[in-house]
Design a protein around this ligand. Structure first.
Ligand code: Y39
Ligand code: FE
Ligand code: FE
Ligand code: FE
Length: 230
Protein backbone atom coordinates (compact mmCIF):
# COMPACT_ATOMS: atom_id res chain seq x y z
CA UNK A 1 0.00 0.00 0.00
CA UNK A 2 0.86 3.64 -0.55
CA UNK A 3 1.28 4.02 3.19
CA UNK A 4 4.11 1.51 3.45
CA UNK A 5 6.07 2.95 0.56
CA UNK A 6 6.22 6.28 2.32
CA UNK A 7 7.70 5.01 5.56
CA UNK A 8 11.36 4.69 4.56
CA UNK A 9 11.39 8.41 3.77
CA UNK A 10 10.20 9.44 7.23
CA UNK A 11 12.81 11.04 9.45
CA UNK A 12 11.37 10.81 12.97
CA UNK A 13 14.10 13.08 14.33
CA UNK A 14 13.66 15.90 11.81
CA UNK A 15 12.26 19.27 12.89
CA UNK A 16 9.46 18.99 10.33
CA UNK A 17 8.36 15.60 11.66
CA UNK A 18 8.60 16.69 15.30
CA UNK A 19 6.65 19.87 14.66
CA UNK A 20 3.77 17.96 13.06
CA UNK A 21 4.00 15.31 15.81
CA UNK A 22 3.60 17.99 18.50
CA UNK A 23 0.06 18.59 17.24
CA UNK A 24 -1.01 15.06 16.26
CA UNK A 25 0.39 13.57 19.47
CA UNK A 26 -1.45 16.26 21.47
CA UNK A 27 -4.71 15.51 19.65
CA UNK A 28 -4.42 11.86 20.54
CA UNK A 29 -3.51 12.58 24.19
CA UNK A 30 -6.40 15.05 24.52
CA UNK A 31 -8.75 12.62 22.76
CA UNK A 32 -7.83 9.82 25.17
CA UNK A 33 -8.32 12.15 28.14
CA UNK A 34 -11.74 13.24 26.92
CA UNK A 35 -12.69 9.64 26.16
CA UNK A 36 -11.79 8.79 29.76
CA UNK A 37 -14.06 11.57 31.03
CA UNK A 38 -16.85 10.63 28.61
CA UNK A 39 -16.97 6.99 29.76
CA UNK A 40 -17.05 8.18 33.37
CA UNK A 41 -20.02 10.46 32.51
CA UNK A 42 -21.73 7.54 30.81
CA UNK A 43 -21.72 5.57 34.10
CA UNK A 44 -24.37 8.00 35.36
CA UNK A 45 -26.52 7.62 32.25
CA UNK A 46 -26.26 3.79 32.17
CA UNK A 47 -25.82 2.79 35.82
CA UNK A 48 -26.49 -0.87 34.93
CA UNK A 49 -23.28 -0.92 32.89
CA UNK A 50 -21.24 1.22 35.27
CA UNK A 51 -18.71 -1.50 36.02
CA UNK A 52 -17.93 -2.09 32.34
CA UNK A 53 -17.83 1.64 31.62
CA UNK A 54 -15.32 2.21 34.40
CA UNK A 55 -13.12 -0.44 32.76
CA UNK A 56 -13.36 1.37 29.42
CA UNK A 57 -12.51 4.67 31.12
CA UNK A 58 -9.42 3.08 32.67
CA UNK A 59 -8.30 1.77 29.28
CA UNK A 60 -8.54 5.31 27.88
CA UNK A 61 -6.34 6.56 30.69
CA UNK A 62 -3.75 3.88 29.86
CA UNK A 63 -3.90 4.91 26.22
CA UNK A 64 -3.19 8.50 27.19
CA UNK A 65 -0.12 7.44 29.16
CA UNK A 66 1.09 5.33 26.24
CA UNK A 67 0.84 8.21 23.80
CA UNK A 68 2.52 10.59 26.25
CA UNK A 69 5.42 8.13 26.28
CA UNK A 70 5.47 8.18 22.44
CA UNK A 71 5.93 11.97 22.54
CA UNK A 72 8.67 11.77 25.14
CA UNK A 73 10.43 9.06 23.13
CA UNK A 74 10.70 11.44 20.15
CA UNK A 75 11.53 14.37 22.46
CA UNK A 76 8.39 16.20 21.37
CA UNK A 77 6.31 18.49 23.60
CA UNK A 78 2.62 18.02 22.74
CA UNK A 79 0.75 21.23 21.91
CA UNK A 80 -2.17 20.65 24.27
CA UNK A 81 -3.74 24.08 23.69
CA UNK A 82 -4.06 23.27 19.99
CA UNK A 83 -5.59 19.89 20.81
CA UNK A 84 -8.20 21.30 23.23
CA UNK A 85 -9.33 23.69 20.52
CA UNK A 86 -9.34 20.85 17.98
CA UNK A 87 -11.79 18.82 20.12
CA UNK A 88 -13.83 21.74 21.46
CA UNK A 89 -16.94 21.28 19.27
CA UNK A 90 -17.33 17.56 19.92
CA UNK A 91 -16.45 18.14 23.56
CA UNK A 92 -19.17 20.79 23.94
CA UNK A 93 -21.76 18.68 22.14
CA UNK A 94 -21.02 15.69 24.39
CA UNK A 95 -21.21 17.86 27.53
CA UNK A 96 -24.54 19.40 26.50
CA UNK A 97 -26.03 16.01 25.63
CA UNK A 98 -24.79 14.54 28.88
CA UNK A 99 -26.29 17.41 30.93
CA UNK A 100 -29.65 16.90 29.22
CA UNK A 101 -29.49 13.13 29.74
CA UNK A 102 -29.39 12.49 25.98
CA UNK A 103 -27.69 9.13 26.29
CA UNK A 104 -28.12 8.15 22.62
CA UNK A 105 -26.36 11.32 21.47
CA UNK A 106 -23.54 10.73 23.96
CA UNK A 107 -23.07 7.18 22.65
CA UNK A 108 -23.09 8.33 19.04
CA UNK A 109 -20.45 10.98 19.74
CA UNK A 110 -18.08 8.90 21.88
CA UNK A 111 -18.65 5.26 21.07
CA UNK A 112 -19.33 5.58 17.35
CA UNK A 113 -17.84 8.78 15.95
CA UNK A 114 -14.81 9.25 18.20
CA UNK A 115 -14.00 5.52 18.40
CA UNK A 116 -14.23 5.15 14.58
CA UNK A 117 -12.05 8.24 14.21
CA UNK A 118 -9.51 6.66 16.57
CA UNK A 119 -9.65 3.27 14.83
CA UNK A 120 -9.06 4.78 11.40
CA UNK A 121 -6.28 7.10 12.59
CA UNK A 122 -4.49 4.34 14.53
CA UNK A 123 -4.76 1.78 11.70
CA UNK A 124 -3.36 4.27 9.21
CA UNK A 125 -0.63 5.34 11.65
CA UNK A 126 0.66 1.86 12.58
CA UNK A 127 2.53 1.13 9.29
CA UNK A 128 4.26 4.54 9.32
CA UNK A 129 4.94 4.87 13.06
CA UNK A 130 8.37 4.67 14.72
CA UNK A 131 9.01 1.28 16.36
CA UNK A 132 8.17 2.47 19.87
CA UNK A 133 4.91 4.16 18.87
CA UNK A 134 3.89 1.25 16.64
CA UNK A 135 3.95 -1.23 19.51
CA UNK A 136 1.95 1.13 21.73
CA UNK A 137 -0.60 1.89 19.02
CA UNK A 138 -1.10 -1.78 18.13
CA UNK A 139 -2.10 -2.44 21.74
CA UNK A 140 -4.37 0.60 21.87
CA UNK A 141 -6.31 -0.08 18.67
CA UNK A 142 -7.41 -3.51 19.96
CA UNK A 143 -9.09 -1.76 22.90
CA UNK A 144 -10.78 0.79 20.64
CA UNK A 145 -12.66 -2.03 18.90
CA UNK A 146 -14.03 -3.08 22.30
CA UNK A 147 -15.18 0.49 22.96
CA UNK A 148 -16.90 0.70 19.58
CA UNK A 149 -18.52 -2.66 20.30
CA UNK A 150 -19.95 -1.42 23.59
CA UNK A 151 -21.78 1.41 21.81
CA UNK A 152 -22.94 -0.85 18.99
CA UNK A 153 -24.38 -3.44 21.37
CA UNK A 154 -26.30 -0.92 23.45
CA UNK A 155 -27.68 0.92 20.43
CA UNK A 156 -28.58 -2.34 18.67
CA UNK A 157 -30.55 -3.49 21.72
CA UNK A 158 -32.37 -0.13 21.81
CA UNK A 159 -32.50 0.57 18.08
CA UNK A 160 -36.18 1.41 17.58
CA UNK A 161 -36.28 3.97 20.39
CA UNK A 162 -32.84 5.42 19.48
CA UNK A 163 -33.17 5.72 15.70
CA UNK A 164 -34.44 9.30 15.44
CA UNK A 165 -32.01 10.68 18.00
CA UNK A 166 -29.14 8.87 16.25
CA UNK A 167 -30.06 10.46 12.92
CA UNK A 168 -30.20 13.91 14.50
CA UNK A 169 -26.95 13.44 16.43
CA UNK A 170 -25.26 12.19 13.26
CA UNK A 171 -26.47 15.27 11.39
CA UNK A 172 -25.07 17.53 14.12
CA UNK A 173 -21.74 15.81 14.67
CA UNK A 174 -20.53 14.12 11.50
CA UNK A 175 -19.76 17.43 9.72
CA UNK A 176 -17.48 18.26 12.67
CA UNK A 177 -15.42 15.14 11.95
CA UNK A 178 -14.88 16.13 8.32
CA UNK A 179 -13.79 19.59 9.47
CA UNK A 180 -11.37 18.03 11.99
CA UNK A 181 -9.89 15.83 9.26
CA UNK A 182 -9.33 18.89 7.07
CA UNK A 183 -7.62 20.67 9.95
CA UNK A 184 -5.21 17.82 10.49
CA UNK A 185 -4.56 16.90 6.85
CA UNK A 186 -1.21 18.67 6.45
CA UNK A 187 0.29 17.40 9.70
CA UNK A 188 -1.00 13.87 9.11
CA UNK A 189 0.65 13.82 5.68
CA UNK A 190 4.02 14.75 7.21
CA UNK A 191 3.62 11.68 9.43
CA UNK A 192 2.94 9.54 6.33
CA UNK A 193 -0.85 9.42 6.74
CA UNK A 194 -2.96 10.33 3.71
CA UNK A 195 -6.30 12.06 4.23
CA UNK A 196 -7.99 9.85 1.62
CA UNK A 197 -6.93 6.75 3.52
CA UNK A 198 -8.22 8.23 6.79
CA UNK A 199 -11.59 9.11 5.25
CA UNK A 200 -11.91 5.69 3.63
CA UNK A 201 -11.07 3.83 6.83
CA UNK A 202 -13.41 6.01 8.89
CA UNK A 203 -16.28 5.49 6.42
CA UNK A 204 -15.80 1.71 6.53
CA UNK A 205 -15.76 1.52 10.35
CA UNK A 206 -18.62 3.96 10.80
CA UNK A 207 -20.74 2.36 8.09
CA UNK A 208 -20.18 -1.11 9.58
CA UNK A 209 -21.15 0.20 13.00
CA UNK A 210 -24.39 1.74 11.71
CA UNK A 211 -25.16 -1.51 9.92
CA UNK A 212 -24.54 -3.61 13.06
CA UNK A 213 -26.89 -1.34 15.00
CA UNK A 214 -29.70 -1.92 12.49
CA UNK A 215 -29.62 0.82 9.87
CA UNK A 216 -30.27 -0.13 6.24
CA UNK A 217 -27.69 0.42 3.50
CA UNK A 218 -29.84 3.26 2.23
CA UNK A 219 -29.87 4.95 5.69
CA UNK A 220 -26.10 4.48 5.97
CA UNK A 221 -25.39 6.09 2.60
CA UNK A 222 -27.50 9.08 3.50
CA UNK A 223 -26.13 9.39 7.04
CA UNK A 224 -22.43 8.93 6.34
CA UNK A 225 -22.33 11.47 3.52
CA UNK A 226 -23.66 14.15 5.86
CA UNK A 227 -21.47 17.22 5.77
CA UNK A 228 -18.80 15.50 3.70
CA UNK A 229 -18.43 18.61 1.57
CA UNK A 230 -18.12 20.88 4.65
O1 Y39 B 1 -11.66 6.39 22.19
C1 Y39 B 1 -10.58 6.90 22.02
O2 Y39 B 1 -9.59 6.46 22.55
C2 Y39 B 1 -10.50 8.10 21.16
C3 Y39 B 1 -10.14 9.23 21.90
C4 Y39 B 1 -9.25 8.79 20.83
C5 Y39 B 1 -9.34 9.76 19.75
C6 Y39 B 1 -8.15 9.80 18.95
C7 Y39 B 1 -8.39 10.77 17.85
C8 Y39 B 1 -7.41 10.51 16.81
C9 Y39 B 1 -7.44 11.55 15.77
C10 Y39 B 1 -6.10 11.68 15.19
C11 Y39 B 1 -6.13 12.32 13.86
C12 Y39 B 1 -4.83 12.06 13.23
C13 Y39 B 1 -4.86 12.08 11.78
FE1 FE C 1 -8.47 5.15 23.56
FE1 FE D 1 -14.03 19.11 29.91
FE1 FE E 1 -11.69 4.43 23.01
Amino acid sequence: MQQLELSPELDYKSDVYKDAYSRINAIVIEGEEEANANYKSLTELIPDNAEELVKLAKMENRHKKGFQACGRNLEVTPDMAFAKEFFSDLHRNFQEASEKGNLVTCLLIQSLIIECFAISAYNIYIPVADDFARKITEGVVKDEYLHLNFGEEWLKANFETSKDELEEANRQNLPIVWRMLNEVEKDAKILGMEKDALVEDFMISYGEALSNIGFTTRDIMRMSAYGLTA
